[in-house]
Ligand binder design. Structure first.
Ligand code: GLU
Length: 489
């Protein structure tokens, strides 16, 4: 019988979901969904100072927003809980005791000063800074003396000098030489486990079949392999995802782009676009396709296809995906999502304006690159006090006074046009321009500025249709007042 696929993501509760963690979550999620396995969320909150349960909320929000739902976790429970590392201290402690009992670990009473002196000497001699195992050799009397002097011990794993090797699904066989791993700390003196120890114990007890995480964890994996061996447990399969780098091939950092999933959301990215972007940080379909929904990825994804090469984080590509996804959404769905950005951006919308909002968005969404630009693009539709600034018109062929006369005729046309729609308005306005013997553009630009307050807008007559007769009429009236003032100035 093959082992069921059980994967996990194990973020520390920092208060939001890091994009790197989101990438890890996505790959794990896809692996679980594809295999019909389980996706486990474990909160690694052993650092009591930095962790508090409220901070988990940001992680849950980010994952849900991306659509990466988990099957087991602190909030939903599951058969292998608890799923918060801070609630698993006894299980960790038991394993630490097992290692101590078998002499695979020891209490180390080395003082901080002794450690510092050792590091200093190694530095001076140009040697790598490794713990040499001073604490292995203290006699019972020395230990008693140190205890009496108040030295707080650490529990260290006894790492014998031998090469360590493991097979990685992405990278292949990896090994390090015999001096690479020193006697590392697995627990504090009170028996509470540190990261490497806790992860091994939890992955084992949660029956994790594959540990899929960032490549920056490879050095931990060597230590974890030793722990599995000493505890007599079979390790999961390992897959280390490529490092995320910027376009200059340096580790992706704050300077290269937003770090938190919440920021991408605030900045107007669609979760579909972010998912589509994140999957390419390490995976490719093997052909030219580049647009994938989460559901399509569940079908396509293979861990075996993950690349070994560093993954370049290219913000322009994310923007490209965002544009593609904005135009892929159906208008109703897009309007639903854009609405909250519009209100956050300061538009005063009343619930009965949903239909109007949607019609206006239909005109603008070709130009909408990020949802947080909704208010900025659409505000003129909703500003009932809009006073068009008629100084924006370039009065070259026709003076302000002539323009005012033409706009009077446009106002009359707006009163009469039946139906008040795009083709009727266009036909009537073109006819008016030709009656006046004006170039069409010379007439349309002042009208555009009058009814929208802007020089650049979606197509004029469609815009007027959406604005409606009354708004167009009121705005033309204000434009005429403005023009009268301009003419007398
Ligand atoms: N808490 C670790 C992290 O956030 C988990 C690493 C792992 O997947 O083992 O990086």
């Amino acid at each position: 019988m093959t082992q069921p696929i059980r994967v996990r993501m194990a973020p520390s509760p920092t208060g939001d979901l890091h994009v790197g963690s989101a990438r890890t979550a996505l790959f794990n999620y896809l692996m679980a969904r594809r295999a019909g396995g389980a996706f486990v969320l474990r909160i690694e909150d052993t650092d009591a100072q930095r962790s508090d349960p409220a901070r988990e909320a940001g992680i849950y929000d980010g994952l849900r927003w991306l659509g990466l739902n988990w099957d087991e976790g602190p909030d939903v429970g599951g058969p292998y809980g608890p799923y918060r590392q801070s609630e698993r201290k006894d299980v960790h402690r038991e394993a630490v005791q097992q290692l101590l009992a078998n002499d695979d670990a020891y209490y180390d009473y080395t003082t901080a000063e002794e450690r510092a002196a050792e590091r200093e000497q190694q530095r001076a001699e140009g040697r790598p800074q490794r713990y040499s195992g001073i604490g292995r050799h203290f006699s019972a009397a020395e230990v008693a003396e140190r205890k009496a002097a108040g030295v707080v011990p650490a529990v260290r794993f006894r790492a014998e000098p031998k090469p360590i090797q493991f097979d990685d699904i992405v990278i292949g066989s990896i090994r390090v030489g015999p001096d690479e791993v020193d006697d590392f700390v697995i627990a504090r003196g009170d028996g509470s486990a540190l990261y490497n120890m806790a992860v091994v114990v939890d992955d084992h007890h949660m029956r994790i079949s594959h540990a899929v995480r960032g490549k920056d964890h490879v050095s931990n994996t060597f230590r974890q392999v030793l722990l599995y061996e000493a505890l007599g447990w079979t390790p999961p399969a390992f897959a280390h995802l490529p490092l995320v780098v910027n376009r200059r091939r340096q580790k992706f950092s704050k300077r290269d782009g937003a770090q938190w999933v919440g920021e991408y959301r605030t900045n107007g990215y669609l979760p579909e676009a972010l998912v589509n972007f994140l999957i390419f940080l390490g995976w490719a379909p093997g052909d030219e396709r580049e647009i994938f929904s989460l559901a399509e990825l569940v079908q396509e994804f293979r861990l075996e296809r993950v690349n070994r090469a560093d993954a370049v984080f290219d913000p322009q590509r994310l923007d490209h995906f965002n544009g593609v996804w904005i135009r892929r959404l159906d208008l109703g769905d897009l309007a639903e999502r854009a609405w909250s950005y519009a209100t956050a951006g300061g538009l005063k919308l009343s619930p009965d304006q949903r239909g109007y909002f949607r019609s206006a968005l239909e005109l603008e969404y070709e130009r909408l690159s990020h949802l947080n630009r909704t208010a900025e693009l659409m505000d003129f539709f909703f500003d009932d006090e809009l006073v068009p600034d008629m100084r924006q018109v370039r009065y070259r062929r026709h003076s302000a006074a002539e323009t005012a006369q033409a706009l009077e005729l446009v106002a009359a046309l707006v009163d009469e046009a039946e139906p008040f729609d795009d083709p009727t308005l266009e036909a009537r306005m073109r006819a008016l321009a030709s009656d006046l013997d004006w170039k069409a553009g010379d007439l349309f630009m002042p009208v555009r500025i009058a009814v929208t307050g802007r020089r650049a807008t979606p197509p004029l007559f469609a815009t007027m249709e959406v604005l409606g007769r009354q708004r167009c009429r009121e705005r033309l009236q204000r434009a005429l007042t403005g023009l009268a003032e301009l003419a007398t100035a």
